[in-house]
Design a protein around this ligand. Sequence first.
Ligand code: PMP
Length: 448
Amino acid sequence: PYEHMLKIREQNIAPSLRMYYKKPLLLHQGHMQWLFDYEGRRYLDLFAGIVTVSVGHCHPKVTMAAQKQLACLWHTTNIYMHPSIHEYAEKLTSFLPDPLKVVYLTNSGSEANDLAMFMARLYTRNFDIICFRGAYHGGSPYALGLTSIGSYKHGVANGIGCSTTMLPDVFRGPWGGSNCRDSPVQTVRRCSCSEGVCHANEQYIEQFKDTLNTSVPKTIAGFIAEPIQGVNGAVQYPKGFLKEAYQLVRERGGVCISDEVQTGFGRTGSHFWGFQTHDVVPDIITLAKGIGNGFPMAAVVTTKEIANSLAQNLHFNTFGGNPLACVVGSAVLDAIEEDNLQKNSKDVGTYMLLELAKLRDKFEIVGDVRGKGLMIGIEMVTDKDSRHPLPSEEINQIWEDCKDMGVLIGRGGLYNQTLRVKPPMCITKKDVDFAVEVIHTALEKHMG
Ligand code: PMP
């Protein structure tokens, strides 16, 4: 069956959907943090279907809720009422501070970010949006304009990258590859902080002001940022940076959008939402991935005033907020609470960061270990001084070896140099011991 699947893949599935590994995995089953291939081999899933399986593969509670709803009602569209969307909107917003209380359900993170930008423009009557280098906000043509990672950009007939030409109003703000950051693990390079002042932050704020002063009109529509950059490999900003950036944006009439697609739902451990770690309250947040534990659903949550700006006309999508999605979303929120998963993210994530930091201290090619909770990046470098990315072939071998030993890890970073660890939040310390041992063995083999 394996060869047959590969043949179908080649003939009938779009080639832009690239697969991981020299011998791609054919997976049949999942249970919590574990995946099983067609030959019955078991893998510890440290990537969770790209940071999506939040509470565990086929979590019994979520599965049961979906099964019950499947036998009852699948779809109505929002031209009628059904109880589950009301229950879900109420439950989801109970996790959010005022004034983030109005929910618009969509089907993917890209769609949510498209809508967030649309709302920002309608509300402010301005056009320009600011985003960061290294950001990933989606693959739809509109959201792709915000995505600032070269490998996702496609050339077009005139030879200009399409994502920049489609949205000329998107500017590349500063990038927060900071040493002074909110993580249990600090870099081997120290930030030049003194007397409580973070100089990295000052430098980034100056660059951000410069972008605002020179690249955009006096008034802007909005600013979008991930609280921790996900696809870029758990890149964090200097402490205090995002808070100051929010203030500067608001002074120019813009609204602040927090892309919580990866950082939401307890993943960062210390808080339920990523923005809370920066001590800010955004005007709009976008949610996807972990919201449905793998069920395709997403959301935009905003204030009444901003939501009203969209109400002047119809704005509609067919599937968003269908009964099945809402029931799944509710069960996911229940599972996070009942299984204590935010706390688990914090405890197990901190444990893992500290264990991985030991590998960083031992191996020259592990340049950085960073992140918060269960959102971790391991940056691979040629050496700690230059911090040049380790060539891809070398990282590939380490990563393939981990897979062969039963551990699946993600990839990311501007140079694809970072291993991304973002498992289902039900992972245990025992699993971490196994994973770290496997990574250790792969690194030792590499060093010969
Ligand atoms: N925002 C972030 C931070 C993401 O990581 C992603 C997906 N990687 C998206 C938006 C887009 O989500 P989707 O793939 O569901 O469209």
